[in-house]
Write a protein that binds this ligand. Structure first.
Ligand code: UD1
Ligand code: CA
Length: 457
């Protein structure tokens, strides 16, 4: 087995994006472009992955963490110069090296695998992944001889008007013999329209030295879309979204309106779950089987069981069990753990709380920093008073408790097992289990009061 290495070019600033954010960090379906590329490469069996960083180096490294090694390109002198920065890590290795641009987020591992295979079969020193497009503007063009062999790549800005008619383009993904690559890079000059060291020039230099160069053309142009500006970014977003949505539908998930459903690349959804329009699922969200999600719901980094319904609601960084009903218009904030068969109804906010099995907060509640046992009923409008302006405190509501409507539970406080809190109470002291606590002024009825009022007039 030949060793395979990969170099990802991610040092450019991305001037055409007109953005404060470095180009390769612009998200497509919620994930930075360069991370899409690395995640696809990670499906191949590579010995080393080296990402070339420059602009925003620390941020890019921060995003990618231990998914890649890094080499710094302090000055952006062109794509050939960028690859040279991996010399210390790679130059002495034997094998094939894939070079991929960090701004082609749609590239798939299957295509890179096919490219490597073709390269090996052809026993070539370099193989270019090419695409065919009716709109080749901006891309490097593949110049072939009359016999059809690849001769060189000419950049759009350096191309003659005849060359600009060519519709076969350089996708920016290549497979090289590793040693030949690093030897040839030394010979690349910057004598061109942009004054840059072009990686594509390696092709012509190898060819002139009598080495074999080939091209592998992908049928799916979409996959090779290079994102240089926000128009291309929106195209990439659309294609990626469709790709993700189709994957889920093939897996047995119903999307009522795929055009209006936004699912991140790392989301998992079980079969027979129905996703309604206007739903945004992101991060490492996992949804079980037979759920109803949406319409108009936003769920980030949540783990959700089976048979759960979430309507018109927002949930993040939380765990939600099976047979749970959330919404409409509920908000589940981070670090909440909602057990099975819970009901969280309209205008209920839950933050950093455990909600035990079968418990209910059906209307207009705020439950923050609380441990709620099982089979608890929290009446309409009741809240935990968790904050004194400086610190947060815990409210404990034990199993089987009934909290009457519009109660305030001033933390730290515990309502013991099976206790009742009368509606309208403001509870500041612990309530013993099995008791009834009433903490409000007693009602006074002043009979015939209105008549007395009228007499005084
Ligand atoms: C490049 C190719 C072009 C190809 C196109 C495909 C060159 C000279 N041209 O053009 O043939 O059709 O990609 O999308 O290679 N980068 C660095 N350091 C640098 C310069 C660039 O790391 O000094 C990185 C960028 O961050 C980017 C990638 O290399 O991820 C490509 O650079 P870019 O400027 O976007 O090249 P294109 O003009 O798109
Ligand atoms: Ca580009």
């Amino acid at each position: 087995m030949t060793n395979i290495y990969a170099v990802i070019l991610a040092a450019g600033k991305g001037t055409r994006m007109k953005s404060k954010l470095y180009k390769v960090l612009h998200p497509v379906c919620g994930k930075p472009m360069v991370e899409h590329v690395i995640d696809q490469i990670s499906n191949l069996h590579t010995q080393k992955i080296v990402t070339i960083v420059g602009h925003g180096a620390e941020e890019v490294k921060g995003y990618l963490g231990d998914k890649s090694e890094f080499a710094l390109q302090a000055e952006q002198l062109g794509t050939a110069h960028a690859v040279r920065q991996a010399e210390d890590i790679l130059a002495k290795e034997d094998g094939c090296t894939l070079v991929v641009c960090g701004d082609t987020p749609l590239i798939k591992s299957e295509t890179m695998e096919a490219l490597v295979k073709y390269h090996q079969e052809q026993k070539a020193k370099a193989t270019i992944l090419t695409g065919y497009t009716e709109h080749p503007d901006g891309y490097g063009r593949i110049i072939r001889s009359q016999e059809g062999t690849v001769e060189r790549i000419v950049e759009h800005k350096d191309a003659s008007s005849d060359e600009r008619q060519v519709k076969e383009i350089n996708t920016g993904t290549y497979c090289f013999d590793n040693r030949a690559l690093f030897e040839t890079l030394k010979k690349v000059s910057n004598d061109n329209a942009q004054g840059e060291y072009y990686l594509p020039d390696v092709i012509e230099i190898l060819k002139d030295a009598g080495e074999k160069v080939t091209a592998y053309q992908t049928q799916d142009f979409d996959e090779t879309l290079g994102v240089n500006d926000r128009v291309a970014l929106s195209q990439a977003e659309k294609i990626m979204r469709e790709r993700i949505n189709i994957k889920h539908m093939r897996n047995g998930v119903t999307l009522i309106s795929p055009e209006n459903t936004y699912i991140g690349p790392d989301v998992t959804i079980g079969s027979d779950t129905v996703i309604h329009p206007g739903t945004v699922l992101s991060g490492h969200t996992v949804i079980g089987d037979d759920c109803q999600i949406g319409p108009n719901s936003e769920i980030k980094n949540c783990r959700i069981g089976d048979h759960t319904t979430i309507r018109q609601s927002v949930a993040s960084d939380s765990e939600i069990g099976c047979d749970v009903a959330i919404g409409p218009f509920a908000h589940i904030r981070p670090a909440s753990h909602i057990h099975d068969e819970v009901k969280v109804g309209n205008f209920v906010e839950i933050k950093k709380s455990v909600f035990g099995k079968g418990s209910k907060a059906s209307h207009l509640s705020y439950i923050g920093d609380a441990e709620v046992g099982s089979d608890v009923n929290i009446g309409c409008g009741s809240i935990t008073v968790n904050y004194d302006g400086k610190n947060k405190f815990l409210t404990k509501i034990e199993d089987g408790v009934f909290i009457g409507c519009n109660s305030n539970l001033v933390a730290p406080v515990t309502v013991g097992k099976g206790a009742y809190v009368a509606a309208g109470s403001t509870i500041t002291d612990d309530v013993p289990g099995e008791s009834l606590s009433i903490a409000r002024a007693r009602q006074v009825n002043k009979e015939n009061y209105v008549q007395k009022l009228n007499l005084n007039e």
